[in-house]
Design a protein around this ligand. Structure first.
Ligand SMILES: [Zn+2]
Length: 441
């Protein structure tokens, strides 16, 4: 038995904050009290005076070791999970992406083998990348026997993993029967393809046309159709990486109580001005949906503050500029989509959200762990500092500072979309399953 006592800190949960000592025994939290005094000599004590004690972060949207035509995303489960830990995240949810016609269960087992090198807890969303009637039984099996609570669908990427609206409707009908969740990448795939073709006919093939081919309407139109289907099927729906104010308008119009909404740090602190350059390095910002306007940033912050957005996930999916992104130097369609931020999510949201007065401390915890635990069915063990929960804990130093740089990052990538960003507030000690896994010096 090993005991770890965290003294004199301020516990922050999604709905409460109070001063207390927290005692961990092996991998569980066993006592939370004002002042815990132990006579055991074997207890290790950490003084957390002036620090916050928060639940280990849960990043519900990451793509580690994701196979693409440009090679796999540049973080595998080992390097990506180390970077997550360094940033105060102790649970990630990645994806199973079955190939066309492949059994979901088989694909799930294969993905677990790839994920086995993760240093932290992980769960998987199961992708539904085509549709036929045989999938209904597999979905049921995944839910009842494999602990899967969510299924990922893409309306973008037509011709590879994307599905049609009609197919999505069938998926929702089946998933609703078992009260699980369908997560949706909302970008109208046909409109994206039409825009891309148009630009190509006009000889517009450089990086900036990636963003121009995917304007906010392309997201908002898909959001509207998805919400119509969510209402008709009564399926629980989770919209990934919402980037645009226009989409939030539609979400308010439909007022669907079962709907859950995610955004990402890059849609809050970066904007489309970065594309206004002919330097190929801007390819590091090629992601889908693309970065939006400063006005969109502002609206998303307001929506976080008003609790209309439930989670901030990273969609972590980095690719190197040299050797991966440069596959699309003369053709933006070939640039692999994605960027990394698994290491910075909690700190970016603290620095630019909490310290600037946009969101409260409790909202910060709700957005980075508490809400995701509830939505994806792991709140019995994770997402709050409570007796009986997993001892996944971050001792947060609100005064510690650093500047983001490829020189000091744990993420594996030759570039960083937050290069030069100042952070104030960083994890000081990260405890995963009761073990001190990471200490900042
Ligand atoms: Zn994604």
């Amino acid at each position: 038995m090993s005991l770890l006592l965290i003294k004199n800190g301020t516990v922050v949960n999604a709905n409460d904050k109070f001063e207390a000592d927290v005692l961990l025994e092996d991998d569980k939290i066993i006592r939370i009290e004002k002042s815990i005094v132990l006579s055991e000599v074997s207890v290790k004590v950490i003084d957390a005076m002036g620090k916050y004690i928060i639940p280990g972060g849960i990043d519900p949207h990451v793509h580690l070791d994701l196979p693409t035509p440009a090679g796999n995303s540049s973080d595998d489960f080992y390097s990506g999970s180390r970077a997550a830990l360094a940033g105060g995240t102790t649970t990630i949810i990645d994806f199973v992406t079955p190939s066309h016609g492949e059994s979901l269960i088989k694909a799930l087992h294969k993905r677990k083998e790839v994920a086995a090198t993760s240093c932290i807890d992980y769960a998987l969303h199961v992708g539904i990348c085509w549709w036929d009637a045989s999938l209904a039984a597999e979905i049921e099996y995944c839910i009842k026997h494999k602990g899967i609570t969510s299924f990922k669908t893409y309306l973008a990427y037509k011709g590879s993993i994307g599905i049609t609206y009609d197919e999505l409707y069938d998926v929702m009908k089946v998933v609703a029967r078992f009260n699980a969740t369908v997560t949706v990448h909302c970008e109208d795939g046909d409109k994206v393809a039409a825009n891309q073709q148009q630009f190509f006919r006009e000889g517009k093939t450089s990086v900036r046309f990636h963003a121009l081919s995917r304007p906010a309407e392309v997201e908002a139109d898909a959001v509207e159709k998805v919400l119509q289907m969510a209402a008709a099927t009564e399926c629980k729906v989770y919209l990934v990486h919402i980037s645009a104010a226009k989409s939030m308008d539609i979400i308010h119009r439909y007022n669907n109580k079962k709907l859950r909404v995610e955004t990402c740090p890059h849609y809050l602190v970066l904007n489309e001005k970065v594309y206004d350059s002919d330097n190929f390095e801007t390819a590091k910002y090629v992601m889908s949906p693309p970065l939006r306007s400063e006005k969109d940033n502002e609206v998303l912050w307001q929506q976080l503050a008003a609790n209309h957005i439930d989670t901030v996930a990273t969609d972590h999916c980095p690719f190197n500029l040299i050797g991966q992104k440069d596959a699309g130097r003369h053709n933006f369609i070939r640039i692999p989509n994605g960027a990394g931020s698994i290491e910075y999510r909690t700190s970016l949201l603290f620095t630019y959200g909490v310290l600037s007065g946009k969101i409260s401390l409790c909202q910060w915890v709700a957005l980075t762990s508490g809400n995701a635990a509830g939505i994806f069915g792991i709140s019995n063990t994770k997402g709050s500092i409570e007796v009986g929960k997993d001892a996944d804990i971050v001792i947060w130093n609100p005064d510690k500072e650093k500047v983001i740089s490829i020189e000091n990052q744990f993420q594996h990538c030759d570039s960083n979309i937050y290069e030069g960003f100042q952070l104030k507030g960083l994890p000081e000690t990260v405890i995963f399953k009761g073990k001190i896994d990471f200490v900042y010096d």
